[in-house]
Design a protein around this ligand. Structure first.
Ligand code: MG
Length: 301
């Protein structure tokens, strides 16, 4: 297979976490382990394996520790997990994660609904978690949900996104991940977002996390590439959505994003055909149509 020679665009596969957490079907532990192991053969620099939130909040991911214990880690791949608080950090350390992710929102309505506290309180909690991760030498990603609009508060003022990002950066997080949680972004909205973030939050310093509710995720990714974004999240097969955002569709499909990156002359290091096959297998296992630009299954089983 010929490799494009362009600039590298980093794709973090979030299917095992963000994909599975909102699929109604529950995968067996062995299937989750197989999923991560197969993703490890597809060229990803990073795979988000699971979440150490309370099991009653996200029962689909209650066995994240067991998944970490069961996978074959390939050298060079960062295996990460969501961590909401110090207790979650302890469990993440027990699992031997390579990186953690904390998560808050640009809007108060979603923060209250998703994490049960105000943005201010979430940042207080993350201060402890980020400091604890730093002591262990673990890098920290910070998710900011609802950067375009919120299912509870409506359109999100970009100043609110900037404010939360600046406060997270001040806490010492390594990576800011901007989530279009309910998938209402348009290319024009992506341009307004990055213009509004200002010179201290250059596009190249952020990760963009798109959902395909309106079928525009790929167009938004294309615009983000034009603006200088070089890091994206995506989920194999377009799996998942968001359990706290009514109407949220699946994540941008990794195979569609990888194709776009290649068509634009960039390189991702991803094995597109392996990802497409794996996405189809996972959709069959989960009994879901998938979304996010995923290609339809070629066989009906
Ligand atoms: Mg998502």
């Amino acid at each position: 297979m010929s490799q494009p020679s362009g600039e590298f665009v980093r794709v973090c596969e979030v299917g095992p976490r963000d994909g599975l957490q909102n699929e109604p079907a529950r995968l067996e532990l062995a299937d989750k382990i197989d999923f991560v192991n197969d993703l490890s053969e597809c060229g990803f620099p990073e795979i988000e394996v699971g979440s150490f939130v309370r099991p009653d909040r996200v029962p689909q991911l209650a066995d994240t520790l067991e998944v970490f214990n069961g996978i074959d880690r390939r050298p060079g791949i960062t295996y990460s997990a969501l961590v909401p608080n110090l207790r979650g950090l302890d469990r993440a350390l027990e699992a031997g994660v390579d990186k953690i992710a904390v998560f808050t929102s640009a809007t108060e309505g979603f923060a209250e609904a998703n994490i049960g506290c105000s943005i201010n309180r979430s940042l207080e909690l993350f201060g402890e978690v980020v400091a604890g991760a730093a002591r262990e030498g673990l890098p920290v990603r910070a998710y900011v949900s609802c950067v375009i609009s919120c299912p509870y508060d409506g359109p999100t003022p970009v100043e609110d996104v900037r404010s939360v990002c600046e406060r997270l950066a001040a806490l010492g997080v390594d990576e800011l991940d901007l989530g279009d949680t309910i998938g209402t972004a348009t290319p024009e909205a992506v341009t307004r977002l990055y213009e509004g973030l200002g010179p201290d939050l250059e596009p190249s310093r952020t990760v963009l996390h798109l959902h395909d509710t309106n079928g525009e995720a790929l167009a938004c990714a294309g615009r983000a590439l034009d603006l200088g974004v070089r890091s994206f999240d995506a989920a194999c097969g377009g799996l998942g959505g968001c359990p706290y955002a009514p109407g949220a569709s699946g994540n941008l499909a990794t195979e569609a994003l990888a194709r776009l990156i290649e068509e634009r002359g960039f390189t991702s290091g991803l094995d597109r055909s392996a990802i497409r096959d794996l996405g189809q297998r996972m959709r069959r296992l989960l009994g879901t149509d998938g979304g996010g630009g995923a290609e339809p299954p070629t066989s009906p089983d």
